[in-house]
Write a protein that binds this ligand. Sequence first.
Ligand code: IVH
Length: 691
Amino acid sequence: MTTPTPVEDLDEAAAAAELAALAAEIAQHDEAYHRQDAPLIDDAAYDALRQRNTAIEAAFPALIRADSPSRRVGAPLAEGFARRRHREPMLSLDNAFAAPDFEQFCARARRFLALPDEAPLRFVAEPKIDGLSISLTYENGRFVQGATRGDGIEGEDVSANLRHVAGLPLRLAGEAPALIEIRGEVFIAKADFLALNAAQEAAGEKPFANPRNAAAGSLRQLDARITAARPLSLFAYAMGAASAPVAASHAAYLERLRGWGFSVNPLSRLLDSAAAAVEFQAEMAAARADLAYDIDGVVYKIDDLALQTRLGFAGRAPRWAIAWKFPAAQAHTRIEDILIQVGRTGALTPVARLAPVNVGGVLVNRATLHNEDEIARKDIRIGDTVVIQRAGDVIPQIVSVLAHQAPDAPGFAFPETCPACGSAALRPPGEVVRRCTGGLTCPAQTVERLIHFVSRPAFDIEGLGARSIAEFHAEGLLHGPADIFRLPAREAEIAAREGWGPVSAAKLARAIESRRRIPLARFVYALGIRRIGEANAKLLARHYGDYATWRAEMRAAATIGSEARGTLGSILGIGPAIADELVAFFAEPRNLATLDELAGLLEIAPAGDAAAPGGTLAGKTLVFTGTLAAMSRAEARARAEALGAKVADTVSRRTDLVVLGAEAGGKARRAAELGVATISEAEWLALAQGQ
Ligand code: IVH
């Protein structure tokens, strides 16, 4: 290999030519690596190419190409995973915690099926592993796609990564329907988890909190090579869509899974009564500690698939299965300290630092203390010996105090100033939470807001974790959210930082670039306004449509009695407390400055009425008033929204249509005053049914 010309000796023409060549060469390697799983060069050589590209771009910023490897979006290396809609939704399970819950589950199923009380039911029992559920699609016996559960309707396409999971056949052995979806759990065994964490720590990386997080983190790697190096396992246990029936019972289905080459949990067992289930539960509770993997209970499924079909689903869980959980694991330990964390909205949350203790297989060294009343109520003090408990995913909690270290010592004094910025921390009457009043000047709040801003439901910027944000903030790279979009220009500087390198810095830059276009709802949520969670952000985006309108309306809403304030209050789901928070946010000049800065750096995509493009009522605002005879308000609202309408609570000039039920009063009069169109319930029904 010839030594490259030092960057400072390149002229513009030479630099442009080399950037073009690098773009093509790096794209070729990306393709070989990501699409064909067959890299042409080793990682160091690849990194050197990228580094050279970055160095030339830093010296000749005007020459950065549209297809530059440093800003490629949507290419094989793109951040994030494609979304995939499951052919059949991936649901959750109802829980049982004791034998009576299980009896009730059986009774409910019998009642639904109109079976006599004593009618026998058979179950398949399967140990419940707390991993990550996935759906695998096979076409003509070949593995074509795998997705995470996501929200149950849509998950993330992690096909490339799943190819590296032990127990997943890429081809089904023997006969299978042309199309079949198979569900199962990806997990990491206990010993593998400990070894993985030891390796993480040795490499200076953060250890995983539990095997489930480790499995999820390992599967959601954008670089399939990392997944390949992680000890992931799979048990298959459920059916999704299938183009032809495969079995008449769940037990027979599990046999088919085994036949096709899947790992099926060998402890799964066919049981012929509820009494047998109670016995199995005790057997598993006793075996639990010695199993190679963590389980948190047993799943019981009614074996007969015809009965399963008849039973169907209630809400998000099947009537034919139940997860019988083990009681929460408890342990005794000592509180070494009580720390006060400052959240994004200034809330002070006490956290106990504990002498590390193993609770049901997980090393625990922190527990939440909720708030100051909780500390007082349980009289929790530093040095106390306490009972802690971990239940499922929940952060460990302190159940009770066993002994005070010094019985006469005073109780814990909750601070009245913010530990991060020293501002007063106030607790409004009637509230349990004490808050720092430092607002935008409090560094802890700023860091938490930035963490929220890049979080999954917000900007979803991969590679920018809490630790990097705190570090970048402390060192002046990040003051506010807009600075995040200035980080790509500092890629070389970041690459040179400790713990970073050209590959991770380039990855981060790409992740940020890929998020410059953002849907309005995510943007609104990302701002971290108090009381504006994902659901409210969606309501606002849907109602106001685009960013400029939203901003203008929120400013106008500051005037009590204004039409904008009335409109805001009329959005169903947006109560006065939420409206106040929005108005307060928009009254703060620094927030407006941040918004304008962001708007200049981003493309905020309008909410676009995806719910019903071209629906009969697209873009219309409806108000229902009076009593409807034919449907509930909830159903009327859902129906109107399905047709593309927004439903409001109060009548204003912006209302397009008022539906008058029986005994409509004030709102009908207001509609008449304002000249807003009204229709009867009968006319509404005709409209709703598309007649
Ligand atoms: S069946 C409709 N079987 O538990 C049937 N789930 O709380 C849905 N899980 O998301 C799932 N072991 O991640 C099923 N043998 C098993 C399971 C199991 C673990 C998990 C799965 C699911 C969650 C539901």
